[in-house]
Design a protein around this ligand. Structure first.
Ligand SMILES: *[C@@H]1O[C@H](CO)[C@@H](O)[C@H](O)[C@H]1NC(C)=O
Ligand SMILES: *[C@@H]1O[C@H](CO)[C@@H](O)[C@H](O)[C@H]1NC(C)=O
Length: 103
């Protein structure tokens, strides 16, 4: 599995997937200008936030980000680390059995 061709494919897939996952921000994010003033001066503050869609869709977007940026990557990481730990643990056990002086 660890060939340079597969590594290149994985690299391209990673970039394509991360670009696609970031695309909803083009629709959801928006800017809002607020003007603050007193008698002598005024200042315009531009706010960039997820205000391009309705409140209902903002909730959907927040849940989408939670799942795609946190829950799924964390689950994949936990699975991979658990497998690595299990394989290392088993090989350590095997090594101890094979090098044990009592046999
Ligand atoms: C208006 O705001 C500016 C900037 O904060 C401040 O320097 C100024 O004293 C304020 N003027 C008045 C009349 O409150
Ligand atoms: C701001 O302007 C209003 C109307 O000109 C005036 O009544 C008020 O006292 C002013 N306030 C300050 C803090 O200068």
């Amino acid at each position: 599995m660890c060939t340079s061709r597969n590594a290149r494919i994985a690299l391209v897939c990673t970039w394509v997937a991360s670009t696609l996952l970031a695309c909803p921000a083009f629709v959801v994010m928006g800017t809002e200008s607020n003007m603050y003033y007193n008698n002598s001066t005024s200042v315009v503050v531009v706010l960039c936030a997820d205000i391009g869609v309705t409140n209902q869709d903002r909730l959907v977007y927040a849940l989408w980000k939670l799942v795609s940026l946190f829950v799924v990557p964390t689950a994949i990481l936990l699975y991979c680390y658990a497998r690595v730990i299990a394989i290392l643990w088993l090989s350590t056990q095997q090594l101890q059995t094979m090098t044990s002086p009592s046999r």
